[in-house]
Design a protein around this ligand. Structure first.
Ligand code: AMP
Length: 509
């Protein structure tokens, strides 16, 4: 921060250093590069356009736009203008967008020109002004920014002020707007940059969406804070990733990125010999994938765990052992405990229970949902994550499942992960998902959904026999189904709610 200038916590740390910088910041797949200075000038013009559109401190700016340098600049510009950035999944329908705009009441809504006709009434109903920003950087918002100056004095904002709303993915119930402050985002970026040794020499291959915490905050903020560059891809395309990996030093991914790369023989040791780091998160990385990746490349993927509401909570160590099937230890400044889901009392080491976390990374609450906030965020600052986990004797945390996926059959608790791990070991099984289905006698019955390895034919009776000696009777699936693939959302999470819906009549009557 320069003398005489008021502070804007996040802008000063992430974006101000780019002003006038000739260093490359964004490397685009068509070979173009954008310097830090060019990006900062675009941010200034966009911030001017936001202010001209009436965006003031605390106002929400909602966007449903394709990933592009311009989309990233809207995030930076919103922060500079003192607003609250609200990115929305590009897959959401007009009806879903209607809910988000109605709930968040943004001053401004940016969407792709191709969707403008469908979304205009939705924006109008929420009282938001609508402008367009297309994937190629054109649109009415870009046009409005044209004449704006290339310098902008960032609006003062402190660590406790809101910087972003990210809506939870909402696989149960309605999505909630998680309120994240400048301090939440900056503290987590600083902790991750240090833990993962990011420097100005890094070139991160960025193929994640930027409407989600992983691509927007974990990936982009860490690189921006440390002065490196990003190969900025519109999405994950295996050919493009393989073509561009030689220019990268590091990559952050969801597990499906890594399984898709492993499916390609061009992805080999030589291709990634020069790489410094691969990280994984947002969904569980199977131990099998971790081991196959190491066997193929010599790299051990560094798995970490976080969520929209908390940013990142735990990480495997950079230098120490990266243990397959675990999410590592709490990051510096993060307190993590395992509690009894019904009483909230701490459980002894080694027992599975609710993961609760506290630290500067934890959000302020859900937007206009004080009841929900009170249910999940304790008065003492611990957030009840909804994830069930266990800590081993060396302090490594493993995620056993989501609390809502816990199966209660005949009064006994069954954690799906335990059964899934055994199913995955059976001959011909590629992967599995275990769910609870309504059952007239047991309340819920354990049910397994399987995907076969390529070319394999699964024999459910043989698979059941394979489990028989290894699992208590009540944990054994009462039925198995084979499907072509498991339903996953964009972040690679298996959508168990869809499976429960599809198979719900299995044990009816
Ligand atoms: P989101 O808010 O969309 O980032 O989703 C957060 C949820 O993803 C967490 O509460 C976990 O259930 C899950 N998750 C994130 N990282 C991991 C991981 N490394 N292993 C298992 N589950 C994860």
């Amino acid at each position: 921060m320069r003398e005489g200038k008021m502070a804007n916590t996040l802008y000063d740390a992430l974006f101000a250093p780019l002003e006038g910088s000739a260093r490359r910041l964004l490397l685009l797949p068509d070979g173009r590069t954008l310097s830090g200075g060019a990006f900062a000038a675009m941010v200034a013009r966009f911030a001017g356009a936001l202010v001209a559109a009436g965006v003031g401190p605390g106002d929400r700016v909602a966007v449903q736009v394709a990933k592009s340098p311009e989309a990233l600049a809207v995030y930076a510009a919103t922060v500079a203008a003192g607003g609250v950035f609200l990115p929305l999944n590009t897959a959401y329908t007009a009806e879903e967008i209607g809910y988000f705009l109605g709930n968040a009441t943004p001053r401004l809504f940016l969407c792709d020109g191709a969707k403008a006709d469908a979304l205009a009434p939705v924006a109008a109903a929420a009282g938001a002004q609508m402008l367009t920003l297309n994937g190629d950087g054109s649109g009415s918002f870009a046009a409005a920014a044209q004449g704006q100056p290339e310098r902008f004095a960032a609006v003062p904002r402190g660590p406790g002020d809101l910087a972003a709303f990210l809506y939870t993915s909402g696989t149960t119930g309605r999505s909630k707007g998680a309120m994240l402050t400048h301090g939440n985002l900056l503290s987590n970026a600083a902790v991750l940059a240090e833990a993962w040794r990011f420097t100005a020499a890094d070139v991160l291959l960025h193929a994640l969406p930027i409407f989600h915490t992983h691509g927007l905050f974990v990936a982009s903020n860490v690189v921006l804070l440390t002065g490196g560059a990003m190969i900025f891809l519109p999405g994950f395309d295996r050919d493009e990733v393989i073509r561009l990996l030689p220019q990268a030093t590091s990559m952050m991914g969801v597990p499906t990125f890594y399984t898709r790369l492993l499916d390609d023989p061009r992805f080999n040791r030589q291709l990634v010999e020069h790489m410094r780091l691969f990280t994984s998160g947002s969904a569980p990385l199977l131990a099998e994938t971790h081991l196959a990746f190491e066997a193929r490349t010599g790299h051990r993927i560094l798995e970490r765990y976080g969520m929209t509401e908390t940013n990142m909570n735990t990480s495997n160590p950079y230098d120490g052992e990266r243990r397959a099937g675990t999410v590592g230890m709490p990051l510096p400044g993060v307190e993590l405990k395992i509690t009894d889901p019904s009483t909230g009392a701490s459980l002894p080491q080694g027992e599975a229970g609710m993961i609760e976390v506290r630290g500067p990374n934890v959000f302020k609450g859900y937007w206009q949902m004080p009841e929900k906030t009170k249910e999940e965020l304790r008065d003492d600052g611990f957030f009840i994550t909804g994830d069930i986990g266990v800590i081993d004797a060396d302090g490594y945390v493993s995620i056993v499942g989501r609390a809502k996926d816990l199966i209660i059959t005949g009064g006994y608790n069954v954690y799906p992960k335990e059964i899934e791990l055994l199913l995955d070991e059976q001959e011909g099984v590629l992967e599995s998902a275990v769910i609870g289905l309504p059952h007239p006698d047991f309340g819920e019955a354990v049910f397994g959904v399987l995907v076969a390895q390529q070319g394999a034919r699964l024999d459910p009776a043989a698979i059941m026999a394979g489990l028989a000696g290894r699992l208590a009777k009540f944990k054994q699936p009462k039925g198995l189904a084979v499907v072509d693939e498991l339903p996953r959302n964009t972040m690679g999470k298996v959508q168990k709610n869809l499976l429960r819906d599809r198979f719900k009549a299995q044990f009816a009557g």
